[in-house]
Design a protein around this ligand. Structure first.
Ligand code: CA
Length: 222
């Protein structure tokens, strides 16, 4: 899952970025409103965390503009502005949620999870494809009840494949949702990770779940 953080206070931005990365999200940060708006238009994010007081475009303007552009990406406003009127204005401008600073990182995470849940998931905290399971809260992965140990990146990649189970995902889609802006699309890093994941998920089982669709990408299915 790829998240855009639009926040001009570098310390806060870095705090959020690091915390989200530790949870396995890929994170891009924009330090001013215009850059934030531009990134939101260019890249396909699963969630945007948006400060309100920003140089350039302010948060409300970004929010309204993105909704006018027909972007449906969930937006979480994160701001020091804590009056009822501010919250009403924020939500009315198209934001999905509103959290005031100072905030507990755990609460921010819980709200992110709640907003991301809308993303094609049938069950809120657990993904399941055949006998493969991923618990989104503990990040624990099992196949046929057997625990499988994955690195954080492998875990994120598996989550993306599982959320799109039964659909072909291209390398570009994977790069956009599992890696961040600094990803070098000319390397074969995705193939490398898919192979590692295959070794852990499919090896030793009769029916493989990860399939290569030649010239197109990958599909996770029974
Ligand atoms: Ca600010």
């Amino acid at each position: 899952m790829r998240i855009l953080v639009i926040e001009d206070e570098r310390k806060i931005a870095e705090f959020i970025r690091r915390g989200l990365k530790e949870e396995g999200y890929s994170v891009d940060v924009a330090y001013d409103g215009e850059q934030g708006y531009r990134l939101a238009r260019i890249n396909e994010y699963d969630l945007i965390i948006l400060d309100l007081m920003l140089p350039g475009l302010n948060g409300l303007e970004i929010c309204r503009q993105l909704r006018q552009d027909k972007l449906t990406v969930p937006i979480l406003i994160l701001t020091v502005k804590d009056s009822v009127q501010d919250k009403v204005t924020g939500l009315d401008s198209g934001a999905n949620d509103y959290l005031t600073k100072p905030f507990a990182f755990e609460e921010l995470l819980a709200r992110c999870r709640a907003l991301l849940r809308g993303y094609g998931v049938s069950e809120p905290t657990r993904l399941r494809v055949a006998d493969l399971e991923l618990d989104l809260l503990t990040r624990r992965v099992t196949r046929a009840g057997q625990e499988i140990s994955l690195t954080q990146k492998e875990n994120s990649l598996l989550e993306y494949l599982m959320r799109n189970a039964g659909r072909v995902v291209t390398r570009t889609m994977i790069a956009e949702h599992v890696w961040d802006m600094n990803f070098d699309s000319f390397t074969n890093v995705i193939e490398v990770y898919i192979n590692r994941l295959r070794n852990k998920i499919d090896r030793g089982f009769n029916r493989p779940l990860i399939h290569t669709i030649r010239g197109r990408g990958y599909i996770l299915k029974e």
